[in-house]
Design a protein around this ligand. Structure first.
Ligand SMILES: NC(=O)c1ccc[n+]([C@@H]2O[C@H](COP(=O)([O-])OP(=O)(O)OC[C@H]3O[C@@H](n4cnc5c(N)ncnc54)[C@H](OP(=O)(O)O)[C@@H]3O)[C@@H](O)[C@H]2O)c1
Length: 311
């Protein structure tokens, strides 16, 4: 699959309502800022009457995001909602799923909650490292809960049904099989390997089980967003210099709305680099994305989910 140029992306986005539908229903988790927020803006801009759910923790930023969506598309038939949930907790992913299960369809589930930290393991009240929960466990617990709705959308209604998880593909490989949750062996390097590996495994596993739904693990590249906000001041001092090399978030969101709606990514599993080139073959060549590993990690995830909700 060749990489699209930015002019091809912009051209396709202008007509996405024709291929994706003029009144899509979409949920953006981690959309009070950054990539999720701006991708939601693009969906509002490019479709006639979308229904958009924004999920995050900050009510103030949630309100701002809804105001922006209304100013981008003020069609009375367009609907915008903010739902407050903390994705360091599995129970919060479950309560969000309960609210969303009432929908009659779901065309796009876009997952980009996250933060950067230099801290070591920070355990939630449910016994899971917070960074791993936000980036992998709570995201895929939500996907699992919403699969009946997504499958209904694709199989019965014959409409697009897609899951996009924004993280950092490319670092798949050997992981700690004895301590998958990194309870006793946490380092930032190991954490990154586990969440990236587990996300690509989940993308492949779910695409195998639900062939009419599309699952993507997408790399944003380096994008100027709020992602550095929790880093110490001495790291943030380098921001102006670092930002010279970053893509602006509006340009990035054109790419994200394209990969979330374009027919070329309609069904199956996609592992994409920052230019929307497939790195699935490279990731598969590590030997760590086989069905055996897909089921091993999903069984482990379910064990953690059961323990988390029992607390
Ligand atoms: N920007 C980059 O250069 C870059 C590079 C590689 C990977 N990524 C990954 O891309 C994803 C999106 O990052 P971004 O650049 O868009 O960052 P961002 O601007 O900081 O946005 C992150 C979003 O996640 C939400 N969030 C953080 N913690 C949360 C929690 N516990 N529960 C629910 N929502 C939470 C934040 O909202 P609230 O504060 O309201 O909760 C915010 O809306 C992240 O996973 C990041 O690691 C980004």
């Amino acid at each position: 699959m060749s990489k699209p140029t930015i002019s091809e992306i912009l051209h396709a986005n202008k007509t996405l309502a024709t291929s994706f539908g003029s009144s899509p229903v979409a949920v953006f988790v981690g959309a009070t800022s950054g990539i999720g927020q701006h991708t939601a803006f693009k969906l509002a801009e490019y479709t006639e009457s979308p229904t958009i759910y924004i999920v995050g923790r900050s009510e103030k930023a949630g309100k701002y995001t809804l105001d922006q969506l209304r100013s981008l598309n003020s069609n009375p038939a367009a609907k915008y909602y903010f739902l407050k949930h903390d994705f360091t907790l599995i129970k919060e992913a479950d309560s969000l799923a309960s609210e969303l299960k009432k929908l009659d369809r779901l065309n796009l589930l876009f997952l980009s909650p996250g933060y950067l930290t230099l801290s070591g393991r920070q355990e939630s009240s449910e016994g899971i490292d917070c960074k791993m929960a936000v980036n992998y466990y709570a995201r895929w617990r939500l996907v699992d809960n919403l699969m009946p709705l997504l499958a209904h959308t694709a199989d019965d209604l014959k409409q697009p049904a897609r899951v996009v998880s924004v993280l950092q593909p490319g670092n798949e490989g050997k992981f700690n099989e004895e301590d998958m949750g990194l309870k006793n062996h946490f380092t930032l390097t190991a954490c990154n390997r586990h969440i990236v590996e587990f996300t690509s495994l989940a993308v492949l596993r779910f695409a195998r089980l639900y062939p009419n739904v599309s699952f993507t693990h997408a790399h944003p590249g380096f994008v100027k967003t709020g992602i550095m906000r929790e880093l110490p001041w001495w790291v943030k001092m380098a921001n102006p210099l670092i930002n010279c090399f970053a893509t602006d978030v509006t340009t990035s969101s054109e790419k994200f709305i394209y990969l979330s709606t374009d027919p070329r990514f309609a069904k199956g599993a996609y592992i994409l680099d920052k230019d929307l080139g497939s790195i699935k073959e490279k990731s598969l060549s590590t030997g760590y994305l086989t069905e055996k590993y897909q089921e091993m990690v999903w069984n482990h995830s379910n064990e953690l989910f059961d323990a988390a909700v029992a607390k």
